[in-house]
Design a protein around this ligand. Structure first.
Ligand code: NAG
Length: 437
């Protein structure tokens, strides 16, 4: 995460100056550790948990999604995408398993045409003459070669001396394939989905048996399909009784733009859904996909640990002010290191203000003053270039993500300082939460 890198760099800059002032790295590290503890506690104390009130919590999530999306290309469409991301994550019902959310990119239309579909979509078509719609689907998901009825003969090293011989070999291959399809049919599935190609002959056999067969589903698609339909991926077919088939209420074809996709609805993993991203060009869609993925990550973390904190530099200022106060009560040079840590914390709000083209020195000192007098919702209102109430403006971020930035940056900076100076000290205890994103 960019914030961690920025924060680490800022801490190292401060460390350099402290070392110039002949403060021992050991002392710097001791001061920083105290600072981290204070900052962490201040952050926790300022955090809020609205998860008991689903209306309020949804509003928190929307605010977090908007905050995450507002820095991206998507910013004009952030309302729409914030809603999509929140709707998808709320479906997870706290499991936070992002695997259940599939993102499909389809060029055409505009970003606003992107939508959430509460089924699983597969960008594939059934084989010719096979059913296009299956109710109460029993799905056999496989990863097996089914492309060996013809080409193989020519591709292999068998020396043949006549066309008759080729025909004979082909026939043998066909027989083998037929046997394989029969074994597959013994599983009593009405849908067969294979990761690999299915050639014409087996395709025709499946059609004759009234089975929908889908070839060449990509790896990601297969894995997710297994997850959402509750089936397993098989590659041998000798014991049908042991194989767990996937299930769903209905498989049907749906039009998206100009393409026809397969929709699996009523899947056992009820939280599964698909976000279809539309947009004029591949580039726009790719950018939307990345931003949406970031937002989903942050939201999923928030669903698991529902505490929120305020953004717009509010949390950093709040931590910095707490650390400065603690430094005032700390004797010796450790206090100097703590002050340095507080300055590094203020770096992020300064960047926010600078980037927006405002007088950061002025704004940050006002912000510090507000926090010092106990106003812990004051932050930067970058629309207006002045201090604002983050609570009122709904500028919200995830508590865990913020805490992770604090801990990871401190840990990384300490590690570099240690290596740089080959300090012999007890290793820092591991931080308990490492992010997923
Ligand atoms: C906190 O500070 C912000 C920004 O100056 C201000 O808008 C808000 O009214 C203040 N809140 C309180 C409770 O003083």
């Amino acid at each position: 995460m960019l914030q961690i890198v920025l924060q680490t760099a800022e801490l190292l800059k401060e460390a350099e100056q402290l070392i110039d002032q002949k403060i021992h790295p050991q002392t710097i590290i001791a001061g920083w550790r105290k600072a981290v503890d204070v900052a962490r506690k201040a952050l926790l104390d300022a955090s809020l948990d609205n998860s008991a009130n689903s209306e309020k919590f949804r509003e928190d999530l929307l605010n977090i999604a908007r905050t995450t999306l507002s820095s991206k290309i998507l910013s004009q469409h952030k309302e729409h995408f914030a809603k999509l991301a929140v709707d998808a994550v709320v479906r997870l019902k706290g499991s936070g398993d992002l695997q259940a959310i599939q993102l499909i990119k389809k060029t055409g239309g505009t970003l606003e045409d992107s939508f959430l579909d509460d089924g699983f979509l597969l960008d594939k078509k059934p084989g010719v003459h096979q059913p296009k719609r299956v109710e109460k689907a029993r799905i056999l998901i496989a990863n097996t070669p089914m492309d060996t009825d013809k080409i193989k003969v020519f591709g292999s090293h068998i020396k043949v001396d006549s066309m008759a011989k080729i025909a004979e070999l082909e026939l043998a291959e066909k027989e083998k394939m037929k046997e394989k399809v029969n074994k597959i049919l013994k599983h009593n599935a009405n849908v067969f989905i294979n990761r690999q190609l299915i050639y014409n002959y087996p395709e025709q056999l499946f059609a004759d048996a009234g089975v929908m067969a889908i070839e060449h589903a990509d790896f990601d698609g297969i894995e997710r399909l297994a997850l959402v339909t509750g089936g397993e991926i098989v590659s041998t077919f000798d014991s049908p009784e042991c194989v767990k088939l996937g299930k769903c209420d209905l498989i049907e074809q749906v039009m998206i733009g100009e393409d026809i996709l397969l929709r699996f609805s009523g899947v056992p993993l009820g939280e599964a859904c698909t976000i279809v991203i539309r947009g004029a060009t591949q580039q726009i869609i790719d950018e939307a996909d990345r931003s949406l993925h970031d937002a989903l990550c942050v939201l999923a973390a928030t669903v698991k640990e529902s505490r929120i904190v305020y953004g717009g530099g509010c949390s950093e200022t709040l931590m910095a002010v707490a650390v400065s106060k603690a430094a005032a009560n700390t004797p010796g040079k450790e206090a100097v290191a703590m002050e340095a840590f507080a300055r590094a914390l203020l770096h992020l709000p300064i960047i926010i203000a600078d980037n927006a083209g405002y007088d950061s020195a002025q704004l940050i000192s006002e912000l510090k003053a507000a926090h010092n007098s106990g106003n812990n919702t004051a932050g930067l209102d970058m629309e207006k270039g002045e201090r604002g109430d983050m609570k009122l403006l709904g500028i919200t971020e995830s508590f865990v993500v913020k805490r992770q930035v604090l801990l990871s940056a401190a840990e990384a900076a300490e590690m570099i300082l240690r290596v740089d100076n080959i300090i012999k000290a007890a290793p820092r205890r591991r931080v308990e939460d490492r992010g997923h994103c």
